[in-house]
Design a protein around this ligand. Sequence first.
Ligand code: GTP
Ligand code: MG
Length: 345
Amino acid sequence: MDIQAITQQEDILQEEIIEEKITKKNKKMTKEEAKEPTLYDLPGVGAATAEKLESAGYNNLMSVAVASVGQLVDVAGVTEANARKIINAARSSMNMGFESGQALLAKREKIIKIQTGSQNLNQLVGGGFETSAITEVFGEFGSGKTQIAHVLAVRIQEQDPSAIAVYVDTENTFRPERINQLSQGVGLDPDKVLKNIKVARAYNSDHQMLLAEKINDLIIKDKLNVKLVVIDSLTAHFRAEFIGRGTLAERQQKLNRHMHVLLRLADTHNLTVLVTNQVMSKPDMFFGDPTTAIGGHIVAHASTFRIYLRKGKKGSRVAKLIDSPNLPEGECAFMVEQSGLTDVN
Ligand code: GTP
Ligand code: MG
């Protein structure tokens, strides 16, 4: 064997050693990574169930550990006994430590409050429309729900110029021209703002739910900095598709699932979810305002803030905060103008 052949052999040997080292290192890394259990490690969770859970926003053990049996049955189609087993396994496999008040405060400090242009409206919701929360805006036609959604989609850019707003439009009322006006109204570049708004038209309730489930992918896979999710309107398709008493249970079940996906998005990614909702008249009510939001308790309970909008005097709009975790109930008036929302003089 000549010298050249020997060196070649040595090179090959060297390569093999390096390769082995890399494989060992990789193995070690995957072992280290494996320390953190995932959904797939839970007994009774196969690929299909894990996928269903993930698409409903349950993408880590914590979310499963704190879910209720009913929720898992709903979203993953497992039996009650299985759901209980999965939840218990998630609970025991993770460190369900208590979070200090300080840690929670640190989390709260990351919250963004989107401004509206009306100081009174900002104040009503505690300084602006918060991330990490669902805000439901409900009211009759023309009360300003879609206008508020457009304003937030623009003004989120003030706090974070890289922020993406996802606008799920169910009634074909998203208007880029309006975004132009509103951007100019606050001195933002309309082209840039429009670029940072991703609009999807939802053709029916299933499509709407699917779109909401896909937002997680936009954030995780496409690495988009989504800070606002608008569902305008949350309930119109559901209301149109499920007619009659017999279908109510199914409608509410689906709405419940939808709300949970949104809640998880808000929670996991520190983003604002704004849902708009219509009202129906309550014929059995003789005093006060005989209108009530569609979707009942399911939508009401999942929402962190609820704002009831109505038309006020001289073209103004009146917003009433219905319930919120830490704010007093209150009311304020504002105007919708070409440049945006303003206080009533
Ligand atoms: P539905 O979707 O039909 O239930 O109503 P909504 O609550 O979404 O109503 P929306 O937000 O679309 O409000 C429409 C109202 O906003 C209009 O009737 C106008 O009064 C007002 N509006 C919209 N654009 C402008 C504008 O450029 N200038 C002014 N002054 N008002 C506007
Ligand atoms: Mg509207």
